[in-house]
Design a protein around this ligand. Structure first.
Ligand SMILES: NC(=O)c1ccc[n+]([C@@H]2O[C@H](COP(=O)([O-])OP(=O)(O)OC[C@H]3O[C@@H](n4cnc5c(N)ncnc54)[C@H](OP(=O)(O)O)[C@@H]3O)[C@@H](O)[C@H]2O)c1
Length: 245
């Protein structure tokens, strides 16, 4: 059985990824800050899950998450770096962006994932098919006014994960842009968005080829409509081979 860590597993895309992994017969540790939500999700999902309460922004928590996972399930095959914060509303333009607000966003969305990768690495390389799946956003590649903090954190996360993959090609590193989904984070960002939103569980199912089975090329993927409401996994960019200096 493959063992995964999913950050932010209590709702939204994270909950969808936990459910998809359980359906693929994996054992899954997940985390979130709300103790109530972690307990409720653990009860809902049963024996093959481990819920761990804490914040990615807390350095000691990330190390604990990894060690509890390995202790409970005996190894680690994949991490889904899913949890992210938007920053406290109202979102600020660049000229009004408070550096301490930016630091809070980076602490959770970037440094938390750096610590997670670093703490997981020695376990991942013992797996026969180690994978890192990082959830990004189109905000990393588009200049949405007021979103610079979140966008910076996602752009930097992409560079972090691609560089880690170049340094350790034995680990498959996937960056996934899930598109707009019907989640709490989206409601916080765009409360009156009239566009139809994807169900996060549906997005998680479409991402299944990155979670199990034959390894795909490391790189950036997105989910696009493939007609009749079916989502297709599309390769957007493949990693450029690293230049040796
Ligand atoms: N929704 C969209 O339209 C959309 C579009 C593009 C990209 N994305 C990306 O998709 C991913 C999932 O987003 P979502 O929409 O599913 O978000 P969501 O509904 O807000 O869920 C976020 C999950 O992460 C947890 N979480 C948040 N901050 C955390 C922290 N510091 N430490 C540990 N857990 C934390 C939350 O639980 P607690 O609050 O209890 O901690 C929750 O379980 C994110 O990376 C987001 O940037 C979303």
């Amino acid at each position: 059985m493959a063992v995964w860590i999913v950050t932010g597993g209590t709702r939204g895309l994270g909950a969808g990824l936990v459910e998809e992994l359980l359906a693929l017969n994996a054992q899954v540790a997940f985390c979130a800050r709300s103790a109530k939500d972690v307990h409720a999700a653990e009860q809902r999902w049963g024996a093959n899950v481990l819920g761990v309460i804490g914040s990615l922004a807390d350095p000691s928590f990330v190390a604990r998450l990894v060690s509890l996972t390995v202790h409970r399930f005996g190894g680690l095959d994949g991490i889904a770096a899913n949890a992210a914060v938007l920053g406290s509303p109202p979102l600020s333009e660049v000229t009004a962006l408070d550096p301490s607000q930016l630091a809070q966003i980076l602490e959770a969305n970037l440094l938390g994932n750096l610590r997670l990768i670093a703490a997981s690495h020695s376990h991942l390389v013992q797996s026969v098919s180690p994978r890192v799946l990082a959830i990004t956003s189109d905000a990393a590649h588009a200049a949405y006014p007021g979103w610079s903090g979140y966008a910076l954190s996602k752009a930097a996360l992409e560079v972090l994960v691609e560089t880690y993959g170049a340094e350790h090609p034995v680990v498959s590193t996937y960056i996934l842009d899930p598109g707009d989904m019907d989640t709490a984070l989206h409601a916080e960002a765009l409360p009156h968005d009239p566009t139809p939103l994807r169900a996060p569980r549906e997005v998680a199912s479409a991402a299944a080829p990155l979670l199990h089975g034959a390894r795909r090329q490391s790189g950036r993927y997105r989910l696009a409509p493939n007609g009749a409401g079916i989502l297709a996994l599309e390769e957007v960019t493949l990693r450029v081979a690293p230049v040796s200096s």
